[in-house]
Write a protein that binds this ligand. Structure first.
Ligand code: EPZ
Length: 420
């Protein structure tokens, strides 16, 4: 198993190019299941989760090549409809094949994803919506068996809770359903917006894009002629590098970003005393003269993202004063707290709220990555800590951060990948 050895404290400088968004690429790859043509996706991040999903699609009968961030994908040859446990257990986002497979073939069997390190993460809202569209769903031997012999029917669906992959799954199902589907209380994340835009550009009648209510007129089972497209920049990777600048007290520039997708994150960094300059698709962060404490609550887009909570928690350990960080989306997303405490952070946890006593001197130690974003928070803290930190179990990082150590090395970090 690989681990990262980081020497701190580090000063960074220069420019880092942001990769395509993993969480946009995942649903967009499953979207190609609705197409009858070969599709080219550019700016595809070459991270483990994408490779896992491509493997799943290949098991279903698709062919793909991914080289230099260009993904060529042909799902016209798909002839299996079973997403098996071996792959789904390694990546929850595999559930994104459920809507498209059911819509295209009228039946499918997808392994239940189960819980993960950040919480239970049920898929009840995906299933309930598909049932409203006429699917008959049974759970047997750990699999969701879904059938819709007459095809899916348009429906009026109100999500009880805002769900990102739930919205994506049902949008894809509705695109091939018979008649009109109205979806209320949808996720408005940029990744969902791009999915809807690609469907619109591919000829699907879809309105309300970017709002919480979407109306989709389905094709009645006919596959679509899908356009080629470029995946949007990864706003969470970008936010993580902004935090890298802030935590190491360095000025760095991010290239190939969508600054408008980062408004909630930049607002919090500015409240903490950092300055951010925007120049088209570039963003430069100048560190705070004195880092101030912060109060934040994670919520759905456009509010502050849960995927940036761990990184801000790391940053808050160095700030002047006491920060309050509330996690509203996932019940167990504070696994990084005990690891940050190993580095010397003073953090008190009470249910969904972390109270961070700032200006803790951080010292290098052995720490363990527990999930993707928790891992990046440990890397950030390690760059600010005095001495050597070994971050173990970095396979979590490899799932979603492309070339993290090469990008940080190029910025001047002292970081190396070693084998246990
Ligand atoms: C997506 O997960 C992201 N994953 C997550 O990123 C991200 O943290 C999350 O959205 C929130 O922004 C991908 O896009 C692949 P949800 P998702 O359904 O869609 C509850 C990362 O690090 N819920 O919006 O699975 C759920 O338990 C990852 O890149 C139900 O109760 O999240 C949670 O409390 C981690 N029933 C809330 O809704 C359901 O059927 C939001 O979850 C579905 C969700």
């Amino acid at each position: 198993m690989d681990y990262l050895r980081i020497q701190g404290p580090t000063k960074l400088s220069g420019t880092v190019t942001i990769s395509g968004a993993k969480n946009a690429a995942l649903p967009l790859i499953t979207l190609t299941l609705l197409a009858h043509n070969k599709v080219t996706l550019t700016n595809t991040p070459e991270v483990a989760d994408i490779k896992t999903l491509l493997k799943l699609l290949e098991n279903l009968g698709a062919t793909s090549t991914l080289k230099n961030h260009v993904l060529e994908l042909d799902t016209s040859t798909v002839n299996h409809t079973m997403a098996n446990y071996d792959i789904v257990k390694t990546m929850r986002a595999s559930i994104l094949v459920l809507g498209p497979l059911l819509a295209r073939f009228g039946h499918c069997e997808v392994s239940l994803p189960g819980g993960c390190a950040i919480g239970q993460r049920p898929i009840d809202l995906h299933l309930k919506a598909l049932e409203q569209m006429g699917a008959e769903i049974t759970i047997h031997a750990g699999y969701v068996n879904a059938v819709a012999p007459k095809g899916l029917q348009g429906a009026h669906i109100i999500f009880d809770k805002i769900t990102v992959t739930g919205t994506a799954n049902i949008v894809m199902a509705a695109a091939l359903a018979h008649g009109k589907t109205v979806l209320v209380n949808c996720a408005k994340e940029p990744e969902v917006v791009q999915l809807c835009e690609i469907l619109r550009d591919s000829g699907i009648d879809i309105t309300g894009i970017g709002t919480s209510e979407l109306t989709i007129i389905g094709t009645g089972g006919k596959t679509i002629d899908m356009v080629d497209f470029e995946i949007i920049p990864d706003r969470i990777e970008a936010g993580t590098y902004l935090c890298a600048g802030a935590i190491t007290n360095s000025t760095i520039t991010l290239a190939k970003v969508r600054p408008d997708h980062l408004d909630a994150v930049t607002a919090k960094l500015e409240q903490m005393g950092c300055t951010i300059d925007i120049d088209g698709n570039n963003m430069t962060i100048h560190p705070a003269s004195e880092l101030k404490h912060v109060e934040l609550i994670t919520q759905e887009y456009p509010a502050f993202p849960t995927d940036m909570q761990a990184q801000f928690l790391a940053l808050a350990t160095l700030a002047k004063g006491t920060s309050i960080i509330e996690e509203r989306l996932f019940e167990n997303r504070f696994m990084h707290v005990s690891e940050l405490q190993r580095l010397g952070a003073e953090i008190r946890l009470n249910g969904h709220t972390a109270t961070v006593i700032g200006e803790s001197p951080l010292f290098g130690a052995d720490v363990m990555a527990t999930d993707l974003r928790a891992s990046s928070a440990l890397v950030l803290a390690a760059m600010a800590a005095e001495g050597t930190t070994n971050v173990h179990r970095i396979y979590h990082l490899d799932r979603g951060y492309e070339n993290l150590e090469q990008k940080l090395l190029a910025l001047g970090a002292k970081i190396e990948r070693l084998k246990e």
